[in-house]
Write a protein that binds this ligand. Sequence first.
Ligand SMILES: [Zn+2]
Length: 375
Amino acid sequence: MLPDIQNLIALQAADREILRLKEDIAALPKRVAAIEQKLAGTKAALDKAREAVKTDEASRRKYETTIQDLQQKISKYRDQSLEVKTNEQYKALLHEIQFAEQDIRINEDKILELMVNAEVREKVVKAAEAELKAETAEIEKEKAAARERTAEDEKQLAEWTAKRQAARAAVNPDLLRQYDRVAQHRGTGISEARDHKCMACQVMLRPQTYNEVRAATHVVFCDSCQRILYHDPSHDVVAPAAAAPRKRRARPKFEAGQAWYYRPSFEAHGEVFLAFINDQGQSSRRVYDSATGRQIGDILVREGEYRLAFPEDLVEDAIRLNGSWAEAEIDEWGSELPTPVLDALQRDLDLARAESATTSRGHAQPLATGHPAAS
Ligand SMILES: [Zn+2]
């Protein structure tokens, strides 16, 4: 590789790092501001909660004063009632006393209501205080971390700036001008040529241009974006060997003691995997959600081997899958298929579908066979 090119690659790396560090440094005050804004929100909530407590206290004092006034009024009425001359006057005073007593009860109820409320308000204040305390501590930590990061960024920035200066000083001035000119407009000034393409603008290079870049005897530019081109032999694509023939999917064995099926819909559950196991004249059925692997319902056991015992499950849309695990292992899974099992079933289902899509219908349909209703 030409020394100029090596220095330009180093320069581009330095330019990129410097840009990243500057952006990071600029973002830090914004982060701190966002944190502080959140703190201000919590403070405001606390102030509001405290204000509500004060308002309630003022209301309570007002009701208490009202009650005192009413009590004074009542005792005044009682004094007057000793001096009245007529029954009418006496009745009128009695009425006033009753009225005042009723008013006292109303005010007492209001005070009681405030007292109940006060407990709730107290809790709100306490919670806001705790939150503020936690947030304040958190913010101090975050601010310290931000300051630390800025200091580290500044240090790296100084290092990269020195590297940048060194790289620039080593490049031919004309070439450097070309680099700067393109970098100013396009963000970068040098691009890798790989697999006959300029990796920056993705345009195919003329064969001669590509060969010149590879030869690296002089500097070559991309015709399309004007960036300086370089070639890195370690990135050369090795032509892949002729694609290996697709592995054929293993055929599920129908006489097997265990059989897995997929059904696109099962009762109200949608897509499921079904596992049937024949065991000494009986057969069992387990059902699993095909997306999550979670077991649906209980294990069902019936007399006879599964194809005779569970004809309703072996309908046209059921797809027979490969899969065989020891029953003890299946029991150990509990209510959920392990991910590797679920993946294996999904993969086999994909293969089965791909196979049935490429082969003629009726010939290799991987559907249920052998159940009485189908024949
Ligand atoms: Zn280009």
